[in-house]
Unconditional design. Structure first.
Length: 209
């Protein structure tokens, strides 16, 4: 996962409410065994409509999606976050999210920014013509017109996003501590590593000596 401190660029000024994960990535795309390529299936049903925002050249490659209330509701499929990431989305701005989607977004390096509806409405208007900046250092969303909206994010999640640490990265970051603990277990609790001690006699798990 790449470290994120700031996301700046055009945003899809969508604002649609109650978008479930089946809209984000339809079920027939879930047969894949890899994350790559899911971006092509993102918002498949929306893209089938003429003049849709996701195929508008003005927003091509936008790293930010502005959505409406209750974004990511429905099934718990992590493919929804995979699809957004594969199409280049690094942050979503909405008034609220499904808890499961919000967790999946975080695990896949996507910032789920929560802002009041009034702020979202303002950002949608700005995004039609100008870029938006999301800053994790200052925890703000800003525009070229001096708009400045503060948001909150769990401190642990914020740190993971800024350091680029997913669950595997977090484990690897604790490698020294884990190795030290395992060495201590082998030395002081040999029965946990396949050995047992009986009054000074070591008994192997496969038989007695």
């Amino acid at each position: 996962m790449k470290p994120i401190t700031q996301v700046s660029g055009r945003a899809y000024p969508w604002g649609a409410k109650n978008i479930d994960t089946d809209v984000i990535i339809p079920a027939h795309w879930l047969k894949t065994v890899t994350r790559e390529g899911l971006g092509k299936g993102a918002f498949d049903t929306v893209r089938a409509q003429p003049g849709n925002i996701f195929d508008d050249p003005a927003y091509a490659g936008s790293p930010i999606l502005i959505a409406g209330d209750n974004f990511g509701c429905g099934s718990s499929r992590e493919h929804a976050a995979w699809a957004l990431a594969d199409m280049g989305i690094v942050a979503v701005i909405a008034p609220s999210y499904s808890d499961i989607f919000s967790g999946n977004a975080f695990k896949n390096g996507i910032i789920p920014v929560v802002l009041p509806q009034e702020a979202v409405d303002r950002l949608i208007e700005v995004a039609k013509t100008d870029p938006i900046t999301i800053d994790l250092e200052t925890m703000t969303v800003t525009t070229p017109y001096q708009d400045r909206f503060s948001f909150e994010l769990d401190a642990f999640r914020r740190q993971c996003l800024m350091e680029g640490l997913d669950e595997i990265g977090l484990t690897l970051a604790r490698d020294t501590v884990i190795s030290k603990y395992e060495s201590g277990v082998s030395e002081h609790r040999p029965w946990m590593s396949g050995e047992r001690a009986y009054a000074g006699t070591v008994v192997e798990s496969a038989g007695r000596t």
